[in-house]
Design a protein around this ligand. Structure first.
Ligand code: TXA
Ligand code: MG
Length: 310
């Protein structure tokens, strides 16, 4: 039912033409696969929520081919410029004040006065954005609350028959969703740890990032239970208990090892695929502790939410 498209000129043109017609297409990015719709088409954007089974309208990230196109939709600032220069295209999303008369469906922002924008670093994705010549709203291409998709097979396992097509360009290289920085308030704020380490962002800004407290949760990625496999997840395991499968890191014996050499970049790229694989065993998943710096912070964030009470 759902078409699988190759990352060729033809596949890219087909993806863009489906989007133009208001259809949903899963597209690869360097972070995770996104479930894309034309951000100007309210019915198409509503379709994203229906396909994901998202219970409420949460704001979506708008994807653009370059920073110049982002300025049509948001109030630009010096901090935005600094971060865009340093990290776009890449695994960084900026939340900025929304411009009036932006032409976007109001479902994209869920009524907020701000908008999340990202310029992804993925050749096929960029080609689709250029071909469409318009803004693309795209949450991660997984059913709501479930593990994110880093391959076309993951996308189909959750959304087959619910979306028009998936553009298959192999596994995502980063493997974690983008880091989200809020620039619509008083100071730069880390809204979601992700594929670009917060330390790199602080270095580029020459300033520490504020963090949000639990009281002002605005991102569903900030919801406690998220990225959840079917089976229970137990954190900080030293070894597997009977009946469990063990997700390891560094030199050790386990069922799947995120990075035997202890490399956090490799671990990030493997995280969601290994959770999908261990989930398929139907057994509870024990996970060892990972370092909490660099990409480890985002990995631990995802694992904590995967383990949270549902
Ligand atoms: O890497 C990524 O960011 C992927 C790829 C596809 O680009 N997308 C992604 O989208 O992870 P999603 O919908 O799963 O997560 C987007 C996050 C949500 O937590 C949402 O609440 C937050 O961005 N967000 C969007 N607009 C916002 C806004 N105006 N203010 C605060 N948070 C916002
Ligand atoms: Mg998501």
């Amino acid at each position: 039912m759902t078409e699988t498209l190759p990352p060729t000129a033809q596949g890219i043109a087909r993806a863009a033409s489906l989007l133009r017609d208001g259809a949903l297409v899963a597209l690869p990015t360097e972070t995770v696969y996104g479930l894309a719709a034309d951000a100007r088409n309210g019915a198409a954007v509503a379709g994203i929520y229906a396909a994901k089974g998202r219970p409420s309208f949460n704001p979506l990230i708008v994807h653009l081919p370059d920073a110049e196109s982002a300025k049509r939709y948001v109030e630009w600032s010096d901090d935005a410029d600094r971060l865009a220069q340093a990290f776009w295209p890449g695994a960084l999303t900026l939340v900025l004040p929304l411009k009036p008369d932006n032409g976007l469906s109001s479902l994209v922002t869920a009524g907020l006065p701000s908008l999340a924008v990202r310029v992804p670093a993925h050749p096929a994705m960029t080609q689709v954005l250029k071909n469409l010549n318009g803004p693309v709203a795209a949450p991660s291409a997984n059913p709501s609350g479930k593990i994110s998709a880093t391959t076309a097979a993951h996308v189909l396992s959750g959304l087959d028959g619910r979306i028009a097509a998936v553009l298959d360009d192999g596994p995502c290289t980063v493997g974690l969703e983008s880091t989200i920085i809020g620039l619509a308030g008083p100071g730069p704020t880390l809204l979601r740890a992700g594929g670009l380490p917060a330390e790199a962002i602080e270095a580029a800004l020459g300033q520490r990032l504020e963090t949000i407290d639990g009281a002002e949760i605005i991102a569903p990625g900030q919801l406690q239970s998220h990225y959840a496999p079917g089976a229970a997840v137990r954190l900080n395991a030293k070894a597997a208990d009977p009946g469990e499968v063990l997700l390891g890191f560094g030199e050790m014996t386990c069922d799947l090892n995120l990075s035997p050499s202890g490399d956090l970049t490799e671990a990030a790229a493997n995280l969601f695929d290994y959770l999908h694989q261990l989930d398929a065993t139907g057994k509870p998943i024990a996970v060892v502790q990972l370092p909490d710096h660099g990409l480890g912070r985002a990995i631990n964030d995802r694992l904590t939410r995967a383990a949270a009470p549902r």
